[in-house]
Design a binder for this molecule. Structure first.
Ligand code: PGA
Length: 248
């Protein structure tokens, strides 16, 4: 069994307005308070507009805060962007980087993500680096090799393993209601850990893509799965907390 603490990350994506987002955060915080000390780590990643109000809501609950992306530069002429230091100002301790939705919609490549990882770690953030294969790669049989390459290229030459979480998110599983078999997830996680070498022993490798109450327990029971990254199902406090509790 792994000694790594399980991590449950909520990726709200572009969902949540001031009232609905705060309600959701309040409900999650209330559940966390009932269970303190938490036997697993919980991180909420709301949209940027909600980071500060959600930070205030989560205070004292043990639930941590993360951004969904950041720029690689500290500051400068980058309209619409947010730096890692700015996320820290907003009480973030985590940031998701290289999510497939950003890779696809904004053409973010591995080299850019590696620069972001370096900047975010320098600012003190834990970086949740997302990797995962397309359906075509899976069908062609080369998924594992492609994912390993993607991970290694998405990391800077020097990184802090203590500030790294890897999220394996098959692109075809995100938002589709489909997931790989647990054995397949487990095999990919082992390959990713192996690719990280000695540093990989302490790095949490979590799974994301259609995680739901019905599959979270089975997925997290696998010793090679150190937690989950939850999208749609994180938008209900009851549902999200039920998933988190499966980490025990
Ligand atoms: P999903 O999203 O849980 O809605 O599939 C996961 C993610 O994109 O991180």
């Amino acid at each position: 069994m792994s000694k790594r603490r399980k991590v449950i990350v909520a990726n709200w994506k572009m969902n949540g307005r001031l009232t609905s987002g705060l309600n959701l955060a309040q409900e999650v915080a209330a559940r966390a308070m009932e269970e303190r000390p938490l036997p697993f780590d919980v991180v909420l990643c709301p949209p940027t507009t909600l980071l500060w109000p959600v930070a205030e809501t989560l205070m004292g609950s043990g639930v941590m805060l993360g951004g969904q992306d950041c720029h690689y530069a500290n500051h400068g002429a980058y309209t619409g962007d947010i730096s890692a230091g700015m996320l820290v100002d907003l009480s973030c301790r985590y940031v998701i980087l290289g999510h497939s939705e950003r890779r696809m919609a904004y053409g973010e490549d591995n080299a850019l993500i590696a620069k972001k990882v370096a900047a975010a770690q320098l600012a003190g953030l834990v970086t949740v680096v997302c990797v995962g294969e397309t359906l075509d790669q899976r069908a062609a049989g080369g998924a594992e090799a492609a994912i390993v390459t993607q991970l290694l290229e998405s990391l800077p030459d020097r990184y802090h393993p203590a500030q790294l979480i890897v999220a394996y998110e098959p692109i075809w599983a995100i938002g589709s209601g489909q997931t790989p078999e647990v054995e397949e997830i487990s095999a990919v996680h082992r390959k990713l850990r192996e690719a990280l070498g000695e540093a990989g022993v302490a790095v949490p490798i979590i799974y994301g893509g259609s995680v739901a109450i019905g599959n979270a327990g089975l997925i997290m029971k696998d010793p090679d799965v150190d937690g989950v990254l939850v999208g749609a199902a994180s938008l209900s406090a009851d549902g999200f907390w039920a998933i988190a509790e499966k980490a025990q």
